[in-house]
Write a protein that binds this ligand. Structure first.
Ligand code: ZN
Length: 401
């Protein structure tokens, strides 16, 4: 799942408004304190560097900021906050303070909020451990410090980490690994490089172990236990909440990126992961029926107009018809336990697979584009013109499922 990337798409038009990064320090702090100044400056210039590099960190002197142990362990993915809060730099920052923990360990705490909407929106509160080294202060990951208390087990190409009170279903793990290996083989990946897989009981626990006290994606649904997973290609690290050992969705994300041989991400990836794997821990065979019902109930949704968004009328009603909908924001089509936008992509993957097997899916993985350009990819590989996409998908679902 990459819900946060969707968020970046949604708010990206607003990003161009603010050219400079906005960072404030909490009032009544002794900002003249030398330790405070050193650590704060390090954090601020890291943020400035990331900001001017579009949050990619590809062009910055990482060793200036991060402990060598993190770079050794996670490569380019040393900043593990980007696994669960990949977009945090884009928000306005309110710096909370710094605490000393022992002779060599400090922690800074900071928060991020958005002003895009009319109300104040707290998005993240993040705690970052800072260690004192012979080369000055360096950031480290809360997960690296917490890892010592986790159980660790290597099964095949996967290194599992999980808390002592988590009961890992090893029988299921073996089944899952077999499925991943089969998918990799079929799509043409000869060898799967090691992957770290961190399982936690709840999403809140997951966030906490990475130093994220508050996150935009948590505490969203009051009557549902959240199943959440993320894959962070740069660090070859996957996290999932309870039951993650039953799912291959996040593994497929990493395999797709191995095939592309880069860190690029396209929304079509979600379709491939949901078709060959699951979506919200539920299989494609279940989700596809929900999509069929959804589209049959929402006859005005026009997939030739948009593949991921529609105008929202009420809880489960959408339309792509703009007439009279001026006051409604265009919104991502989703319902209980199903992101329809993911399953629409999965349907496209399904059609591709029926037409030309793994080969065709692989070609589409290489060519896939986000937004309107995806229609061109669909026409090129599946021979369906944009104006026919809506009818084609509806007929396909009604005739097949
Ligand atoms: Zn995903």
């Amino acid at each position: 799942m990459r819900n946060i990337f969707i968020l970046i798409w949604l708010i990206s038009p607003f990003l161009s408004i603010s050219q400079d990064r906005n960072i404030q320090i909490r009032g009544y702090m002794d900002t003249t304190n030398v330790v405070f100044q050193d650590i704060y400056q390090l954090w601020k210039s890291y943020g400035d560097d990331m900001w001017s590099n579009n949050f990619l960190g590809t062009n910055i002197d990482t060793k200036k900021y991060w402990a060598e142990s993190e770079i050794e362990e996670y490569g380019d993915g040393f900043n593990l906050h980007q696994l669960l809060a990949p977009d945090y730099f884009i928000f306005d920052e309110f710096f909370f303070g710094i605490n000393k923990r022992n002779d060599t360990l400090y922690e800074l705490q900071t928060s991020f909020h958005s002003n895009y909407l009319t109300t104040y929106d707290l998005c993240y509160v993040i705690t970052v451990p800072v260690i004192k080294t012979k080369d000055g202060y360096k950031f480290t990951n809360k997960f690296s410090l917490n890892k010592k208390n986790l159980k660790k087990e290597k099964i095949d190409f996967v290194e599992f980490y999980y808390p002592k009170d988590y009961s890992l279903n090893k029988k299921q793990v073996k089944k899952t690994i077999k499925k991943v290996e089969l998918f990799a083989k079929n799509i043409g990946l000869k060898e799967i490089k090691p992957i770290k897989y961190y399982l936690q009981n709840t999403y809140t626990d997951l966030l906490y172990s990475f130093g994220i006290t508050t996150a935009i994606g948590d505490y969203c649904i009051a009557d549902n236990i959240a199943n959440e997973g993320r894959a962070y290609y740069k660090a070859r690290l996957i996290t999932y909440t309870k039951g993650g050992e039953n799912t291959i969705h996040e593994f497929i994300h990493i395999i797709i990126q191995d095939i592309r041989n880069n860190n690029n991400y396209c929304f079509f990836d979600e379709g491939v992961c949901s078709y060959f794997g699951e979506m919200n821990s539920l299989p494609y065979s279940f989700q596809i029926k929900k999509l069929k019902d959804f589209l049959n109930k929402n006859t005005k949704v026009n997939l030739s107009q948009d593949l991921t968004n529609a105008y929202k009328i009420s809880k489960n009603e959408y339309t792509s018809d703009t007439t009279g909908q001026e006051n409604n924001m265009k919104t991502w089509m989703r319902g209980d336990s199903t992101n329809y936008s993911y399953i629409i992509m999965a349907t496209i993957c399904d059609i591709a697979f029926r037409q030309g097997g793994y080969d065709k899916v692989k070609k589409m993985i290489f060519d896939s584009k986000d937004g309107e350009e995806m229609y061109g990819v669909i026409e090129k590989h599946l021979g369906i013109k944009r104006e026919d996409v809506d009818k084609y998908i509806r007929n396909f679902l009604n005739n097949t499922y």
